[in-house]
Design a protein around this ligand. Sequence first.
Ligand SMILES: Cc1cc2nc3c(=O)[nH]c(=O)nc-3n(C[C@H](O)[C@H](O)[C@H](O)COP(=O)(O)OP(=O)(O)OC[C@H]3O[C@@H](n4cnc5c(N)ncnc54)[C@H](O)[C@@H]3O)c2cc1C
Length: 343
Amino acid sequence: MLNTFRMKVFGACYAEYDNVEDLADLFRDPSLPRPFFPIGAGSNLLFLGDFPGTILHSRIRFVEVLPGDSGSVRVRVGSGVVWDDFCAWAAAKGWWGPENLSLIPGETGAAAVQNIGAYGREVKDLIVEVECLDTQSLAPVRFSVEACGYGYRESRFKQDWKGRFVITAVTFALMREYAPELDYGPVREAVAQAWGTDRDLTPRQVRDTVIAIRRAKLPDPAEIGNAGSYFRNPCVSADQFRAVRTIAAEKGFGDVPYFDTGEQLVKIPAAWLIERCGWKGFSEGNVGVYARQPLVLVNATGNATPDEIRSLENRIVDSVQRTFGVRLCPEVEKVGLPASPDL
Ligand SMILES: Cc1cc2nc3c(=O)[nH]c(=O)nc-3n(C[C@H](O)[C@H](O)[C@H](O)COP(=O)(O)OP(=O)(O)OC[C@H]3O[C@@H](n4cnc5c(N)ncnc54)[C@H](O)[C@@H]3O)c2cc1C
């Protein structure tokens, strides 16, 4: 079944749709096993076992340029378009916006569910409107970006709207004017190294640089099963952050990296916490922690079971909690019934 963790799990039924009417017909069909579960590339999912219902997959694959204003251009994209294909398309046009989000696996519908983010840009910053099928009324509906409740890797599609709306298309505003975002992590330095300057760049150059950074750091799911960052970066109060700093100083871990969220919360990189607890490069049985990026749990042999991944998750969460008093939350979504609920 379609999942980048490469778990050997199956759905009772799998259905694809080409447009919103086809999708509504699937919901009307009483012969299809329930529940329904919309999927993209399965790159943020851990199936806990075989799925008893119907997996829905979008084949709505169009990219349509709409009239914009002089500074921006509006582009409507079908939910089944591979996200990175859209990034490549925009870069080839010379339009700014998605270049920092290049090479994130998955499809456009899921990108709007997840509010994908990388290197200082989140997809919510580009979204104008999201089109869906309302699975209760079976009517098409549209939501403005404001209505979608976006936050860090969050949206209403993951919360109170979960199961209610299936995304069929997303409209983005891309910029014609020079608008690179280079101020996050290694991007500016890598751009300057690759192109000899960090000025007068093209979206294509920034995209190529981001791809090179990602390839050096992250495992390719075609080679090693994984679902990207397994944990979210925890956001803690100022008091809790002070406590983490004290623990880090006592243990000789050095300065604690952080980002100020501007909402009285401090975001700490989960990778730093996991690495300080000794998990980077850990390997046991079929599973492990990726040596170049400790946020990524891997199906190292291709034969890992969901229980093995969950067991490793629990051990990491416990050790970070014991060491720093910070509880990590998974970013990866678990689907279906656990084989061993007690793990
Ligand atoms: C190597 C690797 C690197 C990654 N790097 C990043 C990164 O830098 N930043 C980042 O944000 N994420 C990253 N991810 C996570 C992942 O790629 C994103 O979350 C992506 O958006 C998931 O897309 P997908 O199509 O695979 O969705 P899936 O995993 O199939 O689904 C994700 C969720 O969206 C729902 N969904 C899917 N399609 C629809 C639809 N049409 N309508 C309604 N709901 C739908 C599903 O039900 C599920 O809840 C990475 C993953 C991997 C494997």
